[in-house]
Design a protein. Structure first.
Length: 152
């Protein structure tokens, strides 16, 4: 179980929610995931995200899978994962952090979201607490992460 932050490329003329709805309209939970087919522009975005996270935050591990490109932070404060699919991306944080550790994790996750937004034009939304990552408060997200971690 993970705390998830969603990033999406808002389609012209649509709101963030309308864009998400259009992605979800055709979703079939029984179908295979579509293979990753990035444009040159999307591949360049990924390279910039990877370079900047490595430079601004620290060491990362990176892998290319059939369905996404993935980076994971290495070392303290622990693992934050970003999966990039071109028009969408997702950040995952495991529910095992509480108190000050939860704040540290969410500040890191929001920093990664800001980098992804800056380098790709994606818009991040933290649905757990109902806020955009660009303007949202990581402390509010940390309270949610901490609360669920303590419950679990």
């Amino acid at each position: 179980m993970t705390y998830d932050i969603t990033l999406v490329r808002v389609q012209p003329g649509l709101t963030l929610q309308e864009t998400l709805d259009s992605f979800n309209d055709g979703f079939d939970p029984d179908a295979d995931l579509p293979l990753l087919r990035l444009t040159d522009t999307q591949r360049d975005e990924w390279d910039r995200i990877l370079d900047r996270v490595s430079r601004d935050i620290g060491a990362v591990d990176s892998e290319e899978y059939l369905y996404s490109l993935t980076l994971e932070t290495v070392g303290p404060p622990r693992r934050v994962q970003l999966d990039y699919c071109g028009d969408t991306a997702h950040i995952e944080i495991v529910y095992r952090h509480s108190g000050p550790a939860a704040l540290e994790m969410m500040e890191l996750a929001y920093r990664i979201a800001h980098i992804a937004e800056d380098e790709s034009g994606l818009t991040g939304r933290d649905f757990e607490v109902g806020q955009l990552t660009r303007t949202g408060d990581p402390a509010k997200a940390a309270d949610r992460l901490s609360g669920i971690s303590n419950w679990a």
